[in-house]
Design a protein around this ligand. Structure first.
Ligand code: SF4
Length: 158
């Protein structure tokens, strides 16, 4: 198995479930769908067949796969997705970060450090929290300035 830490590439913690190297990073659980991280990587190919037809794998699991230069979120060597996520208000809980088998090779960790780890578990919950905001964050065409402006306007009209 191609485990994080035994190769020399950065891994994406918001990865594609269907790539050959894909691993299960964690399980979405609870009312808000926050991610509970697995202690050890499990090949995505081992669990995908057990997900019922009609359910998108990303609705129940988070996957990790290689960070590739072809990703629409790449901005030079950086990940634009975690940059946009960092534009959102910081999570209230900034205590210890969860154990995560991906961390040593995680693109987000390597780019931003522990701030990404605080935000990572709730990433999947953005959709239920605010659809328009989630769309903007997910869209590689959205600039940090546009996001900041949208958030400021939303705060102003609350
Ligand atoms: S650029 Fe970001 S979103 Fe794209 S593969 Fe790399 S870590 Fe994942």
């Amino acid at each position: 198995m191609d485990e994080p830490g035994t190769d020399h590439v950065n891994w994406c913690p918001s990865g594609d479930a269907h790539r050959p190297e894909s691993l299960v990073l964690g399980v979405r659980s609870g009312e808000h769908g926050n991610v509970v991280y697995l202690d050890a990587p499990v090949p995505a190919a081992d669990v995908l067949p057990s997900i019922p037809e009609g359910i998108a794998p990303g609705r129940v699991l988070r996957f990790a796969s290689h960070c590739t230069s072809a990703c629409a979120n790449r901005v030079g060597d950086d990940c634009g997705l975690i940059r946009r996520i960092q534009t959102l208000p910081a999570p209230r809980d900034s205590g210890p970060v969860p154990r995560c088998h991906l961390r040593p090779r995680c693109k987000w960790w390597n780019q931003t450090g522990v701030d990404a780890c605080h935000r990572c578990p709730a990433l999947a919950t953005l959709n239920s929290a605010d659809d328009r905001l989630a769309e903007l964050v997910a869209d590689p065409a959205t600039t940090v300035e546009q996001l900041e402006s949208w958030i400021a306007e939303a705060e102003r009209t609350k």
